[in-house]
Design a protein around this ligand. Structure first.
Ligand code: HEM
Length: 122
């Protein structure tokens, strides 16, 4: 059977490496950082690990309604397409810096793209 993207990309250790890079990029982006200002380090690590695991098609328990609920406050605080696009671009750049092959970056991008309506509560 074809392995999942999560397995092909390197599983949990690939998630960890990506989160470390992504974290810096998100928090250094003045348009995105304010959305994360209420969370402590441990929470941020957990939610970003969950985000990257999802993006890699790995094991996670989020359904459409859960994604809507966890992003509702952000939506009410102005979360929109530009923030979504910027987050996806940071993820792509983090993966590039880790030398992930472009076809896998594309696959992860498609998974992330499939969550847009839920994350933005559209
Ligand atoms: C690009 C697609 C995105 C996906 C697939 C995604 C996915 C997730 C997941 C799985 C969590 C963890 C939820 C939990 O606590 O269990 C989360 C939390 C969070 N996300 Fe996203 N996210 C995305 C985009 C964004 C964007 C663009 C922002 C804002 C710039 C954002 C802000 C947050 C915040 C603030 C939390 C913590 C919420 C809380 O625990 O109160 N997310 N996200």
């Amino acid at each position: 059977m074809q392995k999942t993207l999560f397995e092909r990309i390197g599983g949990q250790s690939a998630v960890e490496a990506t989160v470390t890079k992504l974290y810096e990029k998100l928090l250094n982006d003045p348009a995105l950082a304010p959305f994360f200002s209420d969370a402590n380090m441990a929470e941020l690590h957990r939610s970003q690990s969950a985000f990257v695991t999802m993006a890699f098609g790995g094991p996670h328990h989020y359904k459409s309604l859960d994604l809507r609920a966890v992003h509702l406050d952000a939506r009410l605080n102005g979360l929109g397409h530009a923030h979504f696009d910027a987050t996806l671009a940071h993820l792509q750049n983090a993966m590039r810096e880790l030398d992930v092959p472009e076809d896998m970056i594309l696959e992860a991008s498609e998974i992330v793209e499939s969550t847009r309506r839920d994350v933005l509560n559209l």
